[in-house]
Design a protein around this ligand. Structure first.
Ligand SMILES: *Cc1c(COP(=O)(O)O)cnc(C)c1O
Length: 352
């Protein structure tokens, strides 16, 4: 599959509602590399700044939502409904995107012991600023993947919106749905072009893996763009092997939307499971160290829930000598900084 074919496929992709101002920057992290032992120990490190993608403090969900919001508008929707944790970046960006598209927005957010939702901070504060209707629900029984409280709240909210004459559109958790997956297919073509321009052909691309829409788009997009890097997902929560199956399904549904015969298989999905600690949003020492190191060498913010854990995986692979220092590696920064501005975030950073 040539890069030319990738751009041709993307030219006939479904429409996008513009949320990004243009391509996000790519630059080298020389001071971080120096702190990791320099050229003899550490590969060249590059960063793709999707923390600067889209409105409202940015993040990876902006790329997915460009396609999802366009799909909602094409369906004649007047209102977006979505779900997430109470400090969901996806919920915050959906609320902002709804404002930009002139749509209403309802968020069904699951509280936790660490984030009971009673504190107006971080993403929840921004959700309110964007005027979203917010419905807080308790978590489901321990160990269950489906939360019955969430499902019930979605049903009720959908019915009451319909009764009020609205046409609600359900956005899947993380905007990880086939049409949203196209966001990272496009991003990989964008990244390949940017790296070609500076003559860099990285060996690896690191990114955080949660609801897996990013991973699906990254893996399919890497293939379609003919890029030579290996995508390395760092899991930020448990859930495999079901989540790998979800990534494969999303990638292949997205390929079908593009009219491409290319398919992704399970063995092409690499997700490292050693870096999320005790679970989603629960702090790890390694993430705290990674966040401080990135801040103090590069002046870049990463967060305790997603990008700090992802970076801790990349650092462990560098320090463990797993990556040839003669190569280049890209860190895909997916956003998430609002988590820093919460009580739980401050305590995870050891500054609270
Ligand atoms: C949602 C999110 C991710 C994970 O992306 P998925 O597509 O859900 O796997 C990574 N980083 C940040 C900051 C996020 O908000």
């Amino acid at each position: 599959m040539t890069a030319h074919t990738a751009s041709a496929l993307l030219a006939s992709a479904p429409p996008r509602f513009p949320l990004l101002a243009g391509p996000t920057p790519v630059h080298e992290l020389s001071r971080l590399r120096g702190a990791l032992g320099g050229p003899s120990r550490c590969p060249r490190l590059w960063i793709k700044r999707d923390d600067l993608a889209g409105p409202a403090l940015g993040g990876n969900k902006a790329r997915k939502l460009e396609f999802v919001v366009a799909d909602a508008l094409a369906a004649g929707a007047t209102h977006l409904i979505t779900v997430g944790a109470v400090q969901s970046n996806h919920a915050r960006m959906t609320a902002a995107a709804a404002c930009m598209a002139g749509l209403g927005c309802t968020l069904v957010l699951t509280t936790s012991e660490r984030n009971p939702g009673t504190r107006l901070e971080g993403n929840l504060l921004l959700d309110r600023l964007f005027g979203a209707r917010i419905r807080l629900v308790a978590p489901g029984p321990d160990g269950s993947t489906e939360n019955p409280h969430e499902a019930e709240a979605i049903r009720e909210e959908t019915e009451s919106l319909r009764a009020a004459g609205e046409r609600p559109y359900m956005v899947a958790i993380g905007a990880s749905m086939p049409v949203g997956t196209l966001g990272y297919v496009m991003a990989m073509e964008e990244l390949r072009g940017q790296l070609d321009a500076v003559g860099i052909a990285p060996a690896r691309l690191y990114f955080g893996a949660g609801s897996r829409g990013t991973q699906a788009g990254v893996v399919l997009g890497t293939k379609l763009a003919g890029a030579g890097w290996m995508p390395h997902g760092i899991a930020v929560s448990p859930g495999d092997p079901a989540k790998t199956a979800r990534a494969v399904g999303l990638a292949n549904d997205a390929a079908a939307l593009l009219g491409s015969p290319v398919r992704v298989t399970e063995d092409e999905i690499v997700t490292h499971q050693e870096f999320y600690g005790a679970g989603y949003a629960l702090p790890t020492d390694a993430a705290r160290e990674a966040i401080h190191l990135m801040a103090r060498t590069e002046g870049i913010l990463t967060d305790p829930v997603y990008t700090g854990k992802t970076l801790s995986g990349l650092l462990a692979h560098v320090r463990g000598g797993e990556i040839d220092p003669g190569t280049s590696v890209v860190f895909l920064h997916t956003g998430g900084a609002p988590a820093i501005f919460t009580e739980a975030g401050a305590s995870a950073l050891g500054v609270g």
